[in-house]
Design a protein around this ligand. Sequence first.
Ligand code: GDG
Length: 465
Amino acid sequence: MSRLVILSNRVADLRKTSQSGGLAVGLADALRQRGGVWFGWDGETLRTQPREATVEQIGNVRMISAAMTVEDYMDYYVGYANSVLWPLFHYRLDLVDFKASYFDAYQRVNAHFAGLVAPYLEEKDLIWVHDYHFIPMANALRRLGSRQRMGFFLHIPFPPPDLLAASPNHRFLVECLLDYDVLGFQTTTDTINFRHYLEEWGIGEVVDDRTIRFNGRTITLDRYPIGIDVDAFSQMASEVPEDVRIDASRRAQLGRRQIIGVDRLDYSKGLPDRFQAFGRLLAQHPELEKQVTFLQIAPPTREDVNAYGDIRAELEGLTGSINGRFSDFNWTPLRYIHRPVPRETLAALFRVSHVGLVTPLRDGMNLVAKEFIAAQDEEDPGVLVLSQFAGAAEDLEEALIVNPYDTDTMAEAIHRALTMPLTERLARHGALLARIAQQDTHAWLAAFLADLEVEGAGAGPRRPQ
Ligand code: GDG
């Protein structure tokens, strides 16, 4: 079995992966099984560029992490990655800030990181690059002479050709993606968008749904829907901590049901529209007074990007106006937590909630949707309300699927979820649970690595260096 080399924006702490998300655990397991390297940014910014990365050997895995300069952080991480690619790939051209200095930094940092990791690569390694921060990584490594098989997985959506074409660097980005041997997307829609782009711009040759020829090489392209470790998460959710249990039983005594939302505070997650839908629900259904509460957990992220400050101010305003209008001395309808919550608490909160709201305006997959399903009590499950624009909606069709821009209909879907009879809840939840168990994190890893490992595929002549 070949060694595995993973490159991702951040590396997880291999000694503490039980505390992190399922993705980190899954990748760490795959690394331990095969041995290899995990490379990423260490989260530090420095005044000057350190020449070397920090290397730590943990069992058969070498963890390599590197700092970046303040300038690179501002132009590459805050700039190109999160003020150009993130909004562009989430269909938000209005928020994109194209700057030549951002694009320069993107290429510079990828080349620099490639130089740091290259000395640790072995000839037979499989190299797996993750996400939009590192699109040019294969190109940068190939320039340094790396000939290993390389795969790329995009965790976020791939936009339609016309949207992508708004970027001055669209051709560069796509040609960099074609430097990989395996290209993985979350959904069928993403793979269609990618193939359409190639056809419209006359780049390469689309041989069939899974195969592209480019510069004499063969590239495998597919959807690999990411999942969670269903058993581990439902086990965690069933161990409800004391404070969550007390809170839930107090609510039960009052006959009050809980709606829950958990998202990084990101404009792609559709939080203002969701808050408005909750306000609409209370206005349209006065009988719900004191019968329902909505708990939104939205920890801060990427606070150095301007658009994230705007969304925070908007949500604080909406929370105040909804609570000001509907609260009573013994009822606060909307509780909004702008801090991270421990994973164990989250899992238990999902379990004691009756409705899960996952209503992004655009999302690669959305793991919260899958975590909510896994956390439910199988005999008395809650209901998932899911945006049609989350990648997860492609497979989770038994959720109540909503258009997050349509607040009236979203409010009605929440009402339907709150009043759904047990038999319907059981039928929907059973189907959803089976689906997420089938498409779990192990299936995702196995499918991607099987394509990356295929002997001979993509081994045609490389692009001239
Ligand atoms: C990207 C793509 C794709 C959230 N708040 C807390 C917390 N979380 C955890 C959730 C979940 C994870 O963070 C978020 O994952 P999502 O998939 O929902 O969204 P992104 O962060 O945007 O992830 C997405 C994903 O990559 C994987 O490919 O699905 O589409 O955008 O696990 O539970 N965890 C803790 N405290 C919090 O307050 N502990």
